[in-house]
Design a protein around this ligand. Structure first.
Ligand code: APR
Ligand code: PHB
Length: 396
């Protein structure tokens, strides 16, 4: 098989990249280990930044988002006895949409299927070859894999893009001597639930509480998504639905100023680890990395999907210039340009996480409260949070 761009991974990064490339006449083939249903069914975050929404609209992926997505002006930040609304529109002139990553994935699959995109699901033994090469003559990069029918395949391409998430093989292909990684594992996890109940709040609530962080998010007028900070070794079986709702009520301030949390049937629950990870460079020879393949952020602040979209928005025009016009400038600049935003969002996600989660250290607790008071009372403090949460423009 032969194509211009071999894309490993059919998550949001891989499918959006194939979509943007196709719009400019560049052909790609997408390779994915999981089934289409599995990829579409994974529950992930649900906040789209302004620039993500703008991009999806521009490339014809905004119809259902505009019909079913829910524009939000801001968030609540709270701690016992206090709840403050931060209005991103007033503060930073930008806002966010509540629209699940699951829905973005469905829209991408529908658009790529309608366009006849070649996607191989349920492949195995993905291996990258000759990605450090110049890409000319017999020296072309390729990806070998076993297809769903058990047949060994080789896909040759001008470039290979690793969109294969946090566990994929692409980033390991960058030689040790060239790559540099940074990693931080947080000493707590999130227990997340999805519940068939109308949200008890109009905007997302981020709550610091001595028992641990809690958050109230949502997916629609009838579906809520909530999270609790839990220890890293937490077994989901130890948390009955009643125990979860009780902890959420306490930490989110049920009864405080007349506010009530309404519980409902839990349809999904899982424990999510919290990690920051960055690998650079995001390009080596004819291999490019995008999305979770190059960086992971903890979920506080919902930057993961938005960062993946921002990577791909930079990478697509760079590959078009490289492959159609033989102009390498944007491709050469891709890694540094993408990493500037990656580190900004890595800092913001770390900052939100460490401001809101309890660590057990009484000194940390006072610093967190001092920071929360400043962010909720100073316009400069609030604007910094708003600008980062609603998202900096693509290309920042
Ligand atoms: N071969 C082919 N595909 C692979 C391989 C492999 N060896 N290894 C992993 N994959 C696939 C995974 O099955 C997954 O579907 O790559 C895909 C990567 O998708 P995501 O994990 O969704 O990563 P990305 O597209 O970069 O999206 C980033 O997803 O994880 C969230 O918080 C993150 O919201 C962010 C977004
Ligand atoms: C979610 O809705 O899943 C969500 C929202 C905001 C976050 C993290 C997760 O900061």
């Amino acid at each position: 098989m032969r194509t211009q761009v071999a894309i490993i991974g059919a998550g949001p990064s891989g499918l959006l990249l194939s979509h943007l490339l196709a719009a400019d006449g560049i052909e790609s083939v997408v390779l994915e280990t999981r089934s289409e249903e599995y990829v579409a069914g994974r529950i992930r975050a649900g906040i789209l930044e302004q620039s993500t929404v703008d991009l999806l609209r521009e490339v014809g992926l905004g119809d259902r988002l505009d019909r079913e997505g829910d524009p939000h002006r801001g968030i609540y930040l709270q701690w016992p006895g206090e709840r403050h609304h931060l209005d991103f529109v007033d503060l930073a002139g930008r806002s966010v949409f509540v629209y699940g990553q699951t829905e973005v994935q469905k829209d991408l699959v529908a658009a790529r299927t309608a366009a006849g995109q070649e996607i191989h699901y349920e492949i195995s033994e993905t291996a990258l070859h000759d990605t450090a090469s110049s890409g000319s003559g017999t020296d072309r990069p390729s990806v070998t894999f076993t297809d769903r029918a058990g047949v060994a395949q080789r896909l040759e391409a001008d470039v290979v893009v690793g969109c294969d998430g946090s566990f994929g093989p692409s980033r390991q292909t960058v030689p040790q001597a060239v790559r540099r990684t940074w990693e931080k594992t947080y000493p707590y996890s999130w227990l997340g639930i999805l519940a068939d109940v109308a949200p008890s709040t109009d905007e997302l609530i981020y709550a610091r509480h001595p028992d641990g962080f809690a958050m109230h998010s949502m997916r629609s007028a009838t579906v809520s998504r909530l999270y609790l900070q839990v220890p890293n070794d937490t077994r989901i079986d130890d948390w009955s639905d009643d125990r979860i709702w009780d902890a959420l009520a306490t930490r989110l301030g049920h009864g405080q100023d007349g506010w009530h949390l309404t519980p409902g049937p839990v349809t999904d629950k899982s424990v999510l680890p919290m990690r920051s990870f960055v690998q650079q460079p995001m390009r080596h020879g004819r291999l490019f990395l995008a999305g979770d393949a190059a960086h992971i952020v903890p979920p506080t602040g919902a930057k993961g999907l938005n960062l993946a979209v921002a990577d791909v928005a930079l990478l697509a025009p760079a590959l078009v210039a490289l492959l159609q016009k033989d102009h390498p400038g944007l491709a050469d600049a891709y890694s540094d340009a993408a990493l500037r935003r990656v580190w900004r969002c890595t800092h913001f996600s770390w900052w939100m996480t460490t401001m809101l989660h309890t660590s057990g250290d009484p000194f940390d607790e006072q610093l967190q409260l001092a920071q929360l008071r400043w962010v909720t009372s100073s316009e400069a403090g609030a604007t910094g949070l708003a600008e980062n949460y609603a998202g900096l423009p693509i290309g920042y």
